[in-house]
Ligand binder design. Structure first.
Ligand code: DON
Length: 305
């Protein structure tokens, strides 16, 4: 399909939002990003060539919490339903790094995308693979077809130095006996997974298994149809944190955001989308990426509703 006209219109709309908001300053290594940058990619379900984009769609950025979709998929692929005893599937309605909510819920995180839930998923992936962050990186390389996908160890080190709240969440989980590995091991792999550097093009390509109902780029099955549906469902209710309602209202697609400014979205059966702009709204979601996805679904009429 030729997306050119749609992409140009999406870019024109999103550029007026690019720069509105603030770049993530709590991770010093991310604070240097140009707040006015903007990129958008759409990947069709055909071969590796079926991807197009606009703006800075091949500029690298830190995927941050977008990584949580992929770690969840890898754990579900190995464990099936077992994970849901340790992590919920409800909207959080709270900031992504809330300690109060985790304490109230006795160490069972609301969903796999709040930080506490992602730490539990990474803990499990570490058990399954012996090297959670490398397993994720290798998967992303394979699905995107880009062997350059890698960690940014400077960003990971910066997060470790400044990540008192994540350390507190991990210790609270351990206090409730919810982690199998040591806190420092889980945090090490969590920060590395968040530091992975990709672009709109490679992220959209890597996520196509979610639009293909679980089938990987090489045609093998990662997730059952039902598991793929579940990942998409949790993205819809929790992928953009306490803004998930507003996001569903405006965009109407399963999506996952990260404080690097990326938002990945899935049109099941049709395509994947990745939008990027470093300036964030107060919920930690990119203003330009949200505006772009809003424009795309409005122009095409594609949503899950
Ligand atoms: O745990 C953190 O603070 C970051 N590494 C990831 C947070 C993030 O991307 C939340 N998303 N919007």
């Amino acid at each position: 399909m030729d997306y050119r006209a749609v992409l140009e219109e999406v870019a024109a709309t999103a550029r007026s939002a690019a720069g509105v908001g603030r770049v993530a300053e709590y991770i010093p290594a991310l604070a240097a990003a140009d707040p006015t940058a903007f990129g958008f990619a759409v990947a069709d379900l055909g071969g590796q060539g079926g991807v197009d984009g606009v703006g800075d769609w091949e500029a690298p950025f830190s995927i941050q919490s977008v990584s949580k979709v992929f770690t969840l998929a890898l754990v579900l692929a190995a464990d099936g339903e077992g994970l849901w005893a340790r992590v919920g599937k409800e909207p959080s309605g709270s900031p992504f790094n809330s300690l109060a909510q985790l304490e109230r819920d006795r160490g069972v995180p609301r969903n796999p995308f709040v930080n506490a839930g992602a730490l539990v998923v990474t803990d499990r992936l570490q058990d399954l693979t012996g090297d959670a962050s490398s397993a994720l990186r290798d998967f992303l390389r394979a699905e995107s077809g880009d062997p350059r996908v890698d960690f940014d160890r400077g960003i990971a080190a910066s997060e470790l130095r400044h990540g008192h709240r994540n350390a507190a969440l991990a210790h609270l989980l351990a206090d409730h006996d919810r982690l199998a590995n040591r806190v420092r091991t889980v945090l090490h792999h969590y920060y590395l997974q968040c530091s992975i550097t990709m672009n709109c093009r490679t992220l959209a390509l890597a996520a196509r298994f979610l639009a293909r109902h679980g089938l990987r780029a090489d045609g093998t099955r990662l997730l059952t149809r039902s598991e793929a549906k579940r990942v998409n469902a949790v993205m819809l209710v929790g992928g953009t944190y306490d803004e998930a309602g507003e996001f569903a209202h405006r965009v109407g697609l399963p999506a996952k955001s990260g404080v690097g400014g990326g938002i990945l979205a899935v049109v099941p059966g049709r395509c994947t989308l990745c939008a990027w702009g470093p300036a964030l709204d107060p919920h930690g979601n990119s203003t330009a990426a949200l505006a772009a996805l809003d424009a795309f679904t409005t122009l095409t009429g594609w949503s899950v509703f």
